[in-house]
Design a protein around this ligand. Structure first.
Ligand code: FNR
Length: 183
């Protein structure tokens, strides 16, 4: 059993990425594992002056990430990069210097977009940030998903056409997490 933290890069109430993230946790391949969603919407704007006295919402984020075996980032693409709210959350949990909650934690990167390239460019930017944070990140399969009819069923589960691919992605991610657990 693994404990997985999920960070969704959209605060939108009807966020497609949030819906995808919830559907991922309901895949057969995800059963038997624990998933907890990070609350990044209540974080203040990052200010280095606050490093010595982090807000309760920042401490809660760091506790969630530190207590997880791995992290899934499910993010939209904004202007060919990651949304500011996601970068804000990443920066918060990376500080104070030397006390990053991200370090060493395996990561999966996935996202859905209304555009044809399915968050590919945002994912490349995110991978560069995660590499610096020393997060071993799932390389394959890549998951560039376009939002379309039938991706999710009415009950919020993954649609038939994508269940095999997304199930394989989840299996590969959980395999990476297992690989990085202390013996
Ligand atoms: C977008 N969108 C977008 N889509 C894309 O494929 N590439 C992009 O660069 C952008 N840029 C962008 C900037 C901003 C500020 C917004 C608000 C939107 C469209 C985006 O894919 C769409 O709004 C998704 O629905 C956002 O994801 P959530 O909020 O539904 O999870």
């Amino acid at each position: 059993m693994s404990s997985i933290a999920i960070v969704v890069g959209s605060l939108r109430a009807e966020s497609f990425n949030r819906q995808l993230a919830e559907a991922l946790t309901r895949l057969p391949e995800a059963q038997g594992h624990e998933f907890a969603f990070a609350d990044i919407g209540s974080l203040p704007l990052y200010d280095q002056d606050d490093d010595a006295d982090q807000a309760a919402s920042v401490k809660a984020l760091k506790t969630l990430i530190s207590g997880s075996d791995g992290v899934i980032f499910v993010t939209p693409e904004y202007n060919r990069s990651i949304p500011g709210v996601l970068k804000n959350a990443i920066d918060h949990a990376s500080r104070p210097y030397g006390q990053s909650a991200w370090a060493g934690r395996p990561a999966g990167v996935i996202g859905v977009s209304v555009g044809a390239i399915g968050t590919a460019l945002a994912q490349q930017h995110l991978r560069a940030v995660l590499a610096y944070l020393d997060m071993p990140t799932l390389g394959q399969p890549e998951a560039f998903i376009a939002w379309k009819e039938g991706l999710l069923n009415a009950d919020g589960t993954v649609g038939e056409g994508s269940a095999g691919f997304l199930g394989g992605w989840m299996e590969a991610f959980l395999g990476l997490v297992e690989l990085h657990k202390a013996p």
